[in-house]
Design a protein around this ligand. Sequence first.
Ligand code: ADP
Ligand code: 5GP
Length: 201
Amino acid sequence: MSGLLFVISAPSGGGKSTIASAVRQRVEGLGYSISHTTRKPRGHESDGVDYHFVDEKTFTKMIDQGAFVEWAKVYDNLYGTSASGLKDLTASGLDIVLDVDIQGGRNIKDHFPNSVLIFLIPPSLEVLELRLRERGTDDETVIRARMETAADDIRNCGWYDYIIINDRLEKAIREAQSIIISERCRTERQLPGVKGLFDIP
Ligand code: ADP
Ligand code: 5GP
């Protein structure tokens, strides 16, 4: 993998889509990996933009063909990151932002140890629930299921590289931007280019 992989995880409603989309608009050279899912599109979501929406048969076939770098069952639906999608993005010289759940984060870290994992935490479970309700995309059963998983996810996020508390949105977006920019400046990532520029063996 030539580009950097940035994984953003959070409990549902934690702000992944909002923050990933803002960061992509503000930071150059970032591509977004569009996952496959068996979940039905919500509200304004469209196929090939938010997700590749597929049926279970297609998803299972893709698993059998080894098409996914990682996949997981999350809240009764299947979600996966396709290897070809990642390859196309890195081939165009982009660093990649992935929005995956905590199981996906673990699999990505195992596959790509240099990936950078960021976990978003809501200021409280009450605020998280309010945001989920105000988003208006999920019914009561779905919200209950997501709130049940939220506390567990937060308890288990200790191995992520970075934690951002998503209280004020603008602050959280800036923190995500700062992480991406700082990671790009790490010596081990800059040194090959510097050596080329200054003819250092
Ligand atoms: P996720 O992609 O993690 O499920 P979203 O990005 O859809 O979460 O965010 C859930 C809802 O919370 C959205 O309606 C979004 O506009 C809102 N939201 C996200 N971050 C904040 C924030 N810091 N302050 C207020 N509302 C927020
Ligand atoms: P949602 O249905 O709210 O869009 O996403 C539900 C959960 O699935 C979120 O935690 C999101 O990060 C996760 N998710 C989305 N795409 C993928 C993926 O490709 N792989 C994994 N493991 N999780 C994903």
